[in-house]
Every structure is written in C-alpha cells, then in structure tokens.
Ligand binder design. Structure first.
Ligand SMILES: [Ca+2]
Ligand SMILES: [Ca+2]
Ligand SMILES: [Ca+2]
Length: 187
C-alpha cells in the first residue's frame, strides 16, 4: 500500500479496482473514512534480516516507542527479556541497507509496525485517494510453532496498541494489554 521507492520491480499496480479502501461496487468508487484495516502476520519464526528498509523507516521506533530493537538485538522492557536474533543464511546484501550490519541482519518489523499504525496512510502527501480522517493499519502477529518472541511482541505492541492518552506511542501497558495478562493483546 505504501510502495517502496527503492523497489525497482513493479510488483503490484494501484487503481480503484484493487484499492482495499474502496468499498464501492459497480464501478462507483466509495471510500468510507472510518474503515478499519488489519494485517494478520503468521510466521513460523522471527524475521532475521529486515535491514533493507527505506531510510525513513529504518529504526523508526527509536525515540518514539520504548519497544524498539536495533542492530541485532532487542532490549529487555518490563517483563520481556532481551533477545538477539537467530542468525539466518543467504539473501542479505550489505550494500542495500547502507552496510549497517553485514547481511542486513537487523530488526525492522517493530519499526514498520509502529509506522503503519501511527501514520495516516491516505493523506495529501502519502498514498493515493486522500481520504478524510486517519487511515492506518493494525497488526496482529501470530507466532506459529513458537512463543515468547520479544521481537514479535514489540511488533505486536507497536502495531496494535490503542492510544488512550493521545501520545501516539504505546507508553502505558493498558494500551496494549487490556486483559492484564502481561502479553500484548495482539500477539
Ligand atoms: Ca528498530
Ligand atoms: Ca499512548
Ligand atoms: Ca494481554
């Protein structure tokens, strides 16, 4: 939905017919501003090479959310333990991610999650078909065959919190743990 300027190969086209915000039928487009939009992310492991991000998204959560990983590790926050990423093989091109870490083996999903959840993706400067109100994405992450990933928890918090105090950041546990069990409600 937010095409990466760095992608040279066109992998999808944007028009009214495949616009997920378009609820119109019969050739009459209709964009209700209050529609909710969700991303269900199902994975069998932690992402391990997310360094290939546009500069505007790289470490976006830094200074915006305490649930921010950087380099090859996530810090401990509250009851969540610190973690380092499993090493993964192949794929990474250091040059593509500015050589920040060899192979681009760095975190990034928690940055993208915060960006997509706190940014109006249909504004005069972003996306197509500028719509009134704020259109964002809410992330639910499902860690199949595993549990207890600090990285995926932070992504779930950043991408799924309800901002009760208007700070635009998940700075209160009640914003992401309404049932009080210590786990993000979207994880
Ligand atoms: Ca980060
Ligand atoms: Ca908040
Ligand atoms: Ca919870």
């Amino acid at each position: 939905m937010v095409p990466d300027q760095g992608i040279t190969q066109v992998i999808f086209t944007i028009n009214n017919n495949n616009d997920p915000f378009n609820y119109g039928t019969g050739g009459s487009p209709r964009w209700p501003s209050c529609s909710k939009n969700f991303v269900l992310y199902i994975t069998d492991g932690e992402p391990c090479a997310d360094g290939y991000l546009p500069n505007s998204l790289r470490d976006y959560a830094s200074g915006r959310s305490q649930y921010n990983c950087s380099g090859t590790s996530c810090p401990a926050v509250g009851s969540f333990p610190a973690s380092t990423f499993p090493s993964c093989t192949g794929g990474g091109e250091s040059s593509s991610c500015g050589g920040i870490v060899s192979g681009c083996y760095v975190a990034g999903i928690e940055d993208v999650a915060l960006y997509m959840h706190t940014t109006d993706l249909r504004s005069p400067t972003l996306g197509v078909n500028n719509m009134p109100g704020i259109q964002n994405l809410t992330l639910f992450s499902v860690f199949a065959f595993g549990k207890g990933s600090t990285l995926l928890r932070y992504a779930a918090i950043n991408g799924g919190f309800e901002d009760l105090n208007g700070s635009n950041t998940p700075d209160d546990q009640s914003e992401w743990d309404q049932d009080g069990d210590g786990e993000p409600d979207t994880f």
